[in-house]
Ligand binder design. Structure first.
Ligand SMILES: [Zn+2]
Length: 352
């Protein structure tokens, strides 16, 4: 989960199961179907190549090992020089509205299909739905987002909740991405949030936490599974982590020794609890929200890894950013994602 400025500690999910079909708007759903069938025809900018499979333009990345660190840093520098930092991007004004669902889509082979439009104000809102999906699909390579099977658009007004990823309870290999329609008008904030959400998909997918066990039904079962999983990271919702998983390595290195204290502070109980824990351990967390849970710490540190230049760490929070450099596949992915973000930002700039 990722929230804007105000830390909202809601863990209850707002999204109802798929009994919503009853109130589809047929006219807009048909118009959306037509819109989705229109092929993408982007014009590539100098230096970019057209990716036929994904139908987007960006500068291809060919690198190995340390070259990828350098290439990633070079693109980050260009990106920041032109558009400013993507970190700490927040908006202060909160305009609360009643939560409403706007649209749902299936994602098949990485593309939006079967639109179900529930509520839009004007026909011109429809292209925006497609546009905000592309904010995600254009920056994250297709092969890395295959777990996303649903895309939902909602709003709770300006700011508030911005994005979430949910695992499908029936088939835990599948995930849904939820985005706020109103908040998606700020590209930098949306992109940094999407990187955070992708951090969850990257670290909680079935390769990282094998789904060979059913979800525990009661506390006794949880305790038993936890003991079987020990000393590896265990999550009540996700199950036992793979010994080689990113989250288990992160847990062993940064969380095992602070778990008792973190539990004692009950940071999820209130923003005050969270902030007092954060104040005490400021040098260990990249943001206050990272203290909410190890999974949020990992997603926040991942976001900082993408948007911070490589350097030798001098504190634990910097070690958390540097943690991802232990994985050559992630260093390469960072360069690719940054290249795609840079192209996305240039194309957005050219289209306004
Ligand atoms: Zn999150």
């Amino acid at each position: 989960m990722k929230y804007l400025k105000t830390i909202s500690l809601l863990v209850v999910l707002f999204f109802l199961p798929s009994c919503n079909q009853i109130y589809f708007d047929t006219k807009y759903t048909k118009a959306m179907e037509k819109l989705l069938q229109e092929p993408e025809k982007p014009l590539c900018l100098p230096g970019e190549t057209f990716d036929k499979k994904e139908e987007i333009c960006y500068q291809q990345i060919n690198c190995n090992g340390d070259q990828c660190i350098k290439q990633g840093d070079q693109i980050l520098e260009k990106l920041e020089n032109e558009f400013g930092s993507f970190l700490e991007e927040t908006s202060e004004i909160r305009k609360e509205e009643t939560f409403k669902e706007i649209a749902s889509f299936d994602v098949i082979n990485g593309k939006l299909e079967n639109p179900r439009i529930k509520q839009v104000n004007v026909p011109s809102d429809l292209p925006k739905l497609k546009k905000i999906w592309h904010m995600f699909s254009d920056i994250i390579p297709l092969d890395e987002r295959k777990m996303v099977h649903q895309f939902h658009v909602f709003t709770d007004g300006l700011n508030g909740e911005l994005a979430e990823v949910h695992q499908d309870e029936q088939d835990r290999r599948k995930w849904a991405l939820h985005l706020d329609f109103v908040d998606s008008d700020h590209p930098k904030l949306l992109i940094s949030t999407l990187i955070h959400e992708f951090g969850h998909l990257l670290t909680l997918n079935e390769k990282q936490l094998p789904l060979n066990k059913k979800l525990p039904k009661d506390q006794q079962q949880i305790q038993q599974l936890k003991e079987e999983c020990s000393p590896h990271y265990f999550d009540e919702q996700q199950g036992c982590s793979h010994p080689q998983s990113y989250i288990n390595a992160f847990y062993q290195r940064f969380w095992v020794n602070m778990m008792d204290e973190w539990k004692k502070y009950q940071v999820q109980e209130s923003p005050e609890h969270l902030l007092s824990f954060y104040e005490k351990h400021k040098d260990q967390f990249v943001t206050d929200y990272a203290t909410y849970h190890i999974e949020e710490d990992l997603a926040e540190s991942w976001t900082y890894f993408i948007f911070t230049k490589h350097k030798q760490p001098t504190s634990i929070k910097e070690e958390k950013i540097a943690f991802f450099y232990n994985y050559p596949e992630l260093v390469r992915l960072r360069a690719i994602i940054l290249s795609r973000i840079y192209s996305k930002m240039l194309h957005l700039k050219n289209s306004t």
